[in-house]
Ligand binder design. Structure first.
Ligand code: HDE
Length: 685
């Protein structure tokens, strides 16, 4: 039984007589009063003997753990992986054997540069890390939403990250790469140029975590039961299709909703709209590796899908939000060295460095070697060993044996199992000990050029604009010019567009390449977002702006049409209480217009009588709703009554095929238009 009582001082007490619901100390002692500390007299000093306040505040003081040094801001979701094609001929990994089998997973998406409280829509690479709780141990695929990386050798990682993170003296900039330090480092590390093309593309401003690809980046090995190895690159392909926002929109979303991505993921899963990705593998052998233009151990290179097709072998479904953010998302500890029999590492020097780093960082972050005992990190298969003690140990050996070999028979604890136990692929290794970079890693521009020529004009424009924006934030001309000298080796068009954007009239000399770029690599459509559109508005959101007296039939027609498409509709109104529609019914709003700008929606519609349209034409948030939607190439529909708002923003004069007036029966037509997601022709104009 719960009761709400006031004590003499007026503090509310919510009381119960149910032992199960009784508030207790960490020691299990029931607490009678959680509102008042123990005092000597009602106005007297607080007594040190009060074990309840001391325990409560002591625990509070220790709530924070170090945030991740990179990828601090992240969002985790539970799910499962279902195998759709078994691959025993390639790998004996247990997870890849039985079609239809579901393996539980935990996936954490993240940004790299910002701290834990930074906004979701920073221009940044997104982490895409998945822990598969397989029946033969945990496999962590710790990837990104970009298939290549900035550097070739892990020894450069602390410098790369330092350069993008806040400068030591001033403590800013936060969560951004648009500054001198970052581009200084990049322009002195030509190996990073390919990655910066991806970084300056719209890949780093995804519309949703649900709408991006994922990549394992490195070349790994698949090893079958006979010990035969193939090389593999892992891919995640979103079933929802890819989509990004535009930069001006990203800037505004960060202000309107810094939690935009996590909210979107939470809402989708909460609504039962579970995002899915296909797991694809690119498999190749030594012969391909020997003939490929680049070194397959070089993480700054990808293998075009046209050269090695991606074969789909399973599907990841994210179907449950976390129950406790800290316990799950914060405490999850991904480690690249968590592989299972049937999957193995290669000599990629970046991967080798990561295998050291992740274990080390988790030990520091989670406070000791027993982070594997935390439920989110513990395997879901049997686990037995002789590891013992240490901070917060949850599993210790029982009985007398805590070592092996031992002669205690059945009481002697777990034993080795050569049959199913992990065996490293016996790759041959030889060489002189030396600090060097292989000659085969020396090409830094060819795939950057290939990426550029694979993009649509819209995407190229965005890339050039992003370089221009970021380099314009560099206060030192020498850094801007040094970057330009690299872009000249990528493609003349790109270099010219950026030079024009920066106002550079005298081009610098092109950087001297370590190896002459290959200029005839063919374009690869798979590298473009826009060439791979979903042609569906499913999973997207319409912002439906209504006001008092809005046509009830039109509101319903739009809601029905968008829901039938699998899309969401959010109602925006002058007041959050909503608006009375033409049929007298009250329609509650999801957002007041000031808090529901069009940047948080994929398309917008305005439905209102002309009296309200005229009034709202003078309302700045209402004007921004329309003018931003127009500027961000969104599809816009309106009823006649809303026209004054379009007129007030100058949009009414510019009607194009991305805009339409709503009339009876036209809701479905609007949905059909919206399937293109954006009306890019407007931007080109
Ligand atoms: Fe990471 N990286 N990384 N990284 N990384 C970490 O581990 C590191 C790299 C990636 O959601 C850290 O748990 C080094 C490439 C993701 O919890 C740390 C190098 C790729 C996450 C670390 C790299 C990644 C991390 C920090 C250069 C894509 C977030 C906290 C050799 C393939 C995982 C932590 C999560 C996190 C080190 C490069 C992806 C410090 C040394 C390449 C998705 O261990």
């Amino acid at each position: 039984m719960t009761d709400n009582k006031l004590d003499k001082g007026g503090a509310p007490h919510q009381q119960t007589t149910d032992r199960e619901k009784t508030l207790t100390t960490a020691q299990g002692g029931p607490i009678a009063d959680d509102q008042n500390s123990l005092k000597a007299g009602p106005r007297g000093p607080v007594l040190l003997e009060d074990h309840i306040i001391r325990e409560k505040i002591f625990h509070f003081d220790h709530e924070r753990i170090p945030e991740r040094v990179v990828h601090a801001r992240g969002y985790g979701v539970h799910g499962h992986f279902e195998l759709t094609e078994a691959i025993p001929e390639l790998s004996c990994a247990d997870i890849f054997q039985r079609v239809g089998e579901k393996t539980p997973t935990f996936t954490r998406f993240s940004t790299v540069a910002g701290n834990k409280g930074s906004p979701d829509l920073a221009r940044d690479v997104r982490g895409f890390a998945t822990k598969f709780y397989t029946q033969e141990g945990n496999w962590d695929l710790v990837g990104n939403n970009i298939p290549v990386f900035f550097i070739q050798d892990a020894i450069k990682f602390p410098d790369l990250i330092h350069s993008v993170k806040p400068a030591p003296d001033r403590g800013f900039p936060q969560a951004q790469s648009a500054h001198d330090n970052f581009w200084d480092f990049i322009s002195l590390s030509p190996e990073s140029i390919h990655m910066t093309l991806w970084q300056m593309s719209d890949r780093t401003i995804p519309r949703s975590l649900r709408f991006m690809e994922g990549f394992g980046v490195h070349t790994f090995r698949l090893v079958n039961a006979k010990g035969k190895s193939h090389y593999v690159k892992f891919h995640w392909k979103p079933k929802q299709g890819m989509q990004s926002v535009v930069w001006n929109e990203a800037l505004k979303i960060n202000g309107a909703d810094p939690d935009f991505h996590r909210r979107d993921m939470w809402d989708a899963i909460d609504a039962g709209d579970f995002p899915q990705w296909d797991l694809g593998i690119q498999v190749f052998d030594d012969e391909f590796a020997d003939n490929f233009e680049f070194d397959i151990l070089d993480a700054t290179k990808l293998i075009p899908e046209e050269q090695v097709p991606v074969r789909i072998i399973g599907t990841l479904t994210l179907d449950a939000n976390v129950r406790n953010f800290f316990a799950e998302t914060e405490q999850v500890a991904f480690c690249t060295q968590n592989i299972v029999q049937g999957i193995d590492h290669t000599n990629d020097p970046l991967l080798q460095g990561r295998n050291f780093s992740y274990l080390d960082t988790q030990t520091k972050r989670l406070g000791g070697p027993n982070f594997t005992h935390i439920p989110i990190n513990a395997p879901k298969c049997p686990m037995h060993n002789f590891q013992q003690d240490g901070h917060m140990a949850m599993h210790n050996p029982v009985g007398r044996a805590n070592y092996e070999p031992n002669s205690w028979g059945d009481d002697g604890g777990p034993r080795e199992n050569p049959e199913i136990g992990f065996k490293s692929y016996p790759a041959e290794v030889e060489g002189t000990k030396q600090r060097t970079r292989s000659e085969t890693f020396a090409d830094h521009y060819s795939q950057a050029r290939q990426f550029w020529i694979s993009q649509t004009e819209t995407e190229q424009r965005h890339i050039a604009a992003a370089y221009t924006f970021e380099l314009s934030k560099c206060q030192h001309e020498k850094i801007r010019l040094r970057m330009l000298s690299h872009l000249m080796n990528v493609h003349d068009d790109l270099a010219e567009m950026v030079a024009k954007g920066l106002g550079v009239t005298q081009m610098p000399e092109a950087a001297k390449p370590a190896r002459d770029p290959i200029t005839d690599l063919p374009p690869s459509d798979a590298l473009s977002i826009l060439k791979n559109g979903p042609d569906s508005f499913a999973g997207r959101k319409l912002g439906l702006f209504i006001a008092e007296g809005a046509d009830a039939d039109m509101v319903k027609a739009l809601e029905d049409a968008f829901k039938a498409e699998g899309a969401m509709v959010a109602i925006v109104a002058p007041h959050v209480s909503g608006a009375k529609l033409s049929d007298g019914s009250m329609r509650a709003a999801d957002e007041k217009i000031d808090g529901g700008p069009s940047v948080v929606f994929d398309a917008v519609a305005l439905v209102m009588p002309s009296k309200q349209g005229k009034e709202l034409a003078a309302n700045k948030p209402a004007q921004d709703f329309v003018s931003d939607a127009f500027a961000h190439a969104k599809f816009i529909a309106w009823t006649d009554g809303a026209k004054p708002i379009l007129e007030a923003t100058g949009v009414a004069d510019k009607t194009d095929d991305g805009m339409m007036k709503l009339e009876d029966g036209s809701a479905k037509e609007f949905v059909t238009k919206c399937r293109a997601l954006r009306f890019w022709d407007r931007e080109a104009d």
